[in-house]
Design a protein around this ligand. Structure first.
Ligand code: FES
Length: 153
């Protein structure tokens, strides 16, 4: 398989990640990286899928499969983790009925990880498209999603 052939060429180190992603995306006909492929790359490099996803989200030239109308990016930076007594990703996964890097069936939302979005003093934070949301709580996340859902109707 194409991905396995590419992986064989690189040492199993984190430093190989960007080069693997670049070569694979270029070699792949549709230029999109699927969830399954992210998992394979993460396993090969002994990294978490969240780490691979955050690199993909950070560099705009990488693209994942199936993008929804709204892209929700949850900050995975250390300050956001430490400051948070809620699990933002778990809440969003439950509310949307999808996992990270998936898109809702209605095509409205894609959920992704991202690295620091520069709002550490108001952690936890996430971004939806170009808008940043901070000091997240369970109720705030629900209210934000409800706002977007109103505009869907
Ligand atoms: S670590 Fe989350 S905004 Fe900086």
């Amino acid at each position: 398989m194409l991905l396995e052939k590419i992986l064989d060429k690189y040492p199993q180190k984190e430093e190989s990640l960007i080069e693997i992603l670049l070569e694979f995306q270029t070699a792949k006909n549709n230029h999109l990286i699927s969830n399954e492929e992210i998992k394979t790359i993460a396993e090969y490099l002994n990294l978490s899928e969240a780490k691979v996803c955050s690199v993909i989200s950070f560099y705009t030239f990488f693209r994942v499969d199936q993008k929804g109308k709204h892209i929700i990016q949850v900050c995975q930076g250390v300050p956001c983790h430490v400051a948070s007594d809620i699990n933002v990703v778990k809440i969003l996964e439950k509310e949307l009925g999808i996992k990270v890097n998936e898109t809702t069936e209605n095509g409205q939302f894609t959920l992704q990880y991202t690295s620091c979005i520069g709002q550490c003093d108001q952690a936890p934070a996430m971004r939806i498209d170009d808008k940043t949301y901070t000091n997240l709580t369970l109720n705030k996340i629900k209210a934000i999603l409800a706002e977007y859902r109103v505009y869907m109707q």
